[in-house]
Design a protein around this ligand. Sequence first.
Ligand SMILES: N[C@@H](CCC(=O)N[C@@H](CS)C(=O)NCC(=O)O)C(=O)O
Length: 215
Amino acid sequence: MNELTLYIGNKNYSSWSLRPFLVLRKAGLPFSETLIQLDVAGFKDKLLTLSEAGTVPVLRVGEEIIPDSLEISNWAALCVPNLWPKDAQDKRQALEMCQRMQSDFEALRTHAPMNLRRRTNTDLPQSCLEDAQKMTEMWETCLARHDGPFLFDDWCIADAFSTPYATRFVSYDIPRSAKVDTYISELMADEDFLDWEAEALIEPWELPDTDKVGL
Ligand SMILES: N[C@@H](CCC(=O)N[C@@H](CS)C(=O)NCC(=O)O)C(=O)O
């Protein structure tokens, strides 16, 4: 196997980077990490040397470059079994959930950005709370059809995509049902998430605009 390098943003803030990190860890594929500090002078140029999209995450596989968290996850799922649910209908649903988590929930992403160091119970805009409600309904529907602890019983890529959202519920104290709270706790007790979080908590860099949210 070619050497793998995962390019990521600040661990405290880069929700997109967290997803493929979790997927590659669960896949058991050895990889090294290169962190590119976001929102500092010259950061965009660095990102643009990696991929046309100019965003992280990016996975380098030998000479091949794979941008985008879902593309990286799909690539890993081709290398290793069981990163998607085995049942074809469940797999379709898990993929759709990931696509929704990438493109929808914009108000939740904007008004409650991932900020692992943050704990506040500030008032959030209605649009953000509505998105949060849609997210809890999506999780609840799926959890009700399975035995847990994860969305499709065993951990899968949809749980990786859910993890940055789960942290927002905790950071901003967003209302959720007991069932969803149990699911969130499960994701945030995951050992690979805890490794990521431990490094996020000691990162020296701050993004003042993000830290200001809800102040
Ligand atoms: N659809 C992309 C989105 C990636 C993304 O927006 N990444 C953010 C970091 S969390 C980024 O690189 N932002 C820098 C910028 O847009 O200039 C994915 O899923 O990987």
